[in-house]
Design a protein around this ligand. Structure first.
Ligand code: SF4
Length: 453
């Protein structure tokens, strides 16, 4: 079947001519794409990937400029670009991305999620919700054969550590310590320095390491991360990344290097507030970020980490939207693991005040609701929170915790930094060993690498 039968090529060309200031370049790209798709021109896998990448960039350029004003014709044309890119990448048949529409549509939420949402109402008692979340977590993450009388009943807790690679960033996120052009001692680790930091974490026992970096295209390239990931993989580490959104092609490079997980927080799903918090830089592009996890899954990444930054917007609405987003990803990629994290703003750079206050009871409620809606999801808790609250939440529903963290590049080897250059201050200062000891006493199976349940 020719491409003109499978894709509405004539209307697409007409749309380009009428609406695109770069029409000539777009049309010549289309000619190239159609020749390859029709088999008139042989193309290597690399060549097909390059063409798919160019279609993807074209689609996002359009979305960045027009996403809130799309006509039905725009949508059809953008869907066509999406489907062509999928076919070039060997994913023909995958329906086009409709993330925005589908995430807004409650119809995606199954009965478990709909039931969980009812508990977002603060008038409902918290104690029974906590008990259900606790029981579900033991059921899904415990060892059914081993009945352990201790609080954790022998269930698994995965420990991980963040490894900050770079604090250089071109984005203006108003709430972040790394935002541009804030004055701080910025640092970008060389490959050797990254190895030094990782070696500290390896000596502490970590085999799951989260690579974190600001967005600085000249320095934090996909190839830079891939090099660090490849080395970590050779040390039997399961590396995850929490970095700027990447193209499908670059995510594929990270997956090939050994990245097992991509964490990409939307921060807030409220588009008006999102625009206020991200006034400039590439992070201002809502769609590029919003569809990042979908691209990561298409590229072969096995674990998808979602999150909202609590304090930025209505936490209940944001939690609902994030769960919708997860339901969308789960429907599209049923074999991937979903993970959630709820970072909460405690300290922000001078001049920023979080407009929403989230107290501990609401914080606990939100995590419990996530457990009810997604019983098998990893629930992740960082050292932003203090030890007392972390202990409480661990005993309820958390399955993955960081420990002994430093949020400044080079901070593990260079403790005399005294905290300068950190993205945010750490509240739980227990070492990895102290954390592991506490967990063991409570009856957890401490896991240092990803995989075990
Ligand atoms: S939140 Fe991320 S993208 Fe934004 S300024 Fe901080 S490091 Fe950069």
């Amino acid at each position: 079947m020719s491409t003109s039968t499978r894709f509405p090529v004539a209307p697409l060309r007409e749309w380009v001519r009428r609406t695109d200031v770069h029409a000539a370049a777009r049309l010549s790209l289309l000619v190239e794409v159609l020749r390859v798709l029709d088999g008139e021109e042989a193309s290597s896998l690399l060549g097909r990937g390059e063409l798919a990448d160019r279609l993807e960039r074209w689609r996002y350029q359009w979305l960045n400029q027009q996403s809130t004003r799309l006509t039905a014709e725009d949508r059809r044309s953008l869907d066509c670009l999406d489907r062509m890119a999928n076919e070039l990448s060997g994913r023909g048949g995958r329906p086009p991305r409709r993330t925005r529409q589908l995430v807004r549509d409650d119809g995606l939420a199954g009965p478990e999620i709909a039931e969980a949402w009812r508990h977002l109402d603060p008038a409902r008692p918290l104690a029974p919700l906590v008990e259900r979340a606790r029981a579900l977590t033991i059921e899904r993450f415990g060892e059914p054969a081993a009945r352990d009388p201790r609080p954790a009943s022998g269930r698994r807790m995965l420990l991980y550590a963040p490894l900050y690679l770079s604090s250089h960033c071109i984005n203006f996120c108003t709430y972040c310590g790394f935002r541009y052009p804030r004055q701080l001692r910025r640092r970008h680790l060389s490959f050797a320095e990254a190895q030094g930091e990782a070696n500290v974490l390896l000596r502490r026992g970590f085999r799951h390491i989260l690579l974190v970096g600001g967005e600085f295209p000249r320095l934090t390239t996909a190839e830079y991360y891939a090099q660090v990931i490849e080395w970590l993989t050779r040390q039997a580490v399961a590396p995850a990344v929490e970095i700027a959104p990447q193209s499908t092609r670059h995510y594929a490079r990270l997956a090939e290097a050994g990245a097992c997980c991509v964490t990409l927080y939307q921060e807030t799903y409220d588009e008006t507030l999102y625009a206020e918090y991200h006034p400039k830089g590439s992070k201002a592009s809502y769609d590029w970020r919003f569809e990042g996890l979908d691209r990561a899954a298409d590229a072969g990444i096995g674990r998808l980490g979602l999150g909202i930054l609590l304090g930025l917007a209505d936490p209940v609405e944001d939690t609902r939207a994030m769960m919708q987003h997860a339901a969308y990803l789960q429907a599209r990629h049923p074999d991937r693991t979903i993970a959630f994290s709820l970072p909460r703003i405690h300290d922000a750079p001078q001049g920023f005040r979080a407009p929403y206050r989230i107290d501990d009871e609401l914080f606990v409620r939100l995590y419990c609701v996530l457990r009810l809606g997604f019983p098998d999801a990893e629930l992740v808790l960082s050292t932003r929170e203090n030890a007392v609250l972390r202990n409480r939440l661990a005993d309820i529903c958390i399955t993955q915790m960081s420990a002994g963290s430093c949020t400044a590049p080079g901070g593990y080897e260079d403790r005399k930094d005294g905290g300068s250059g950190e993205q945010f201050p750490v509240s739980d200062h227990r070492t990895a060993g102290e954390m592991a000891a506490w967990l063991t006493t409570r009856g957890y199976r401490v896991a240092w690498r990803i995989g075990a349940r």
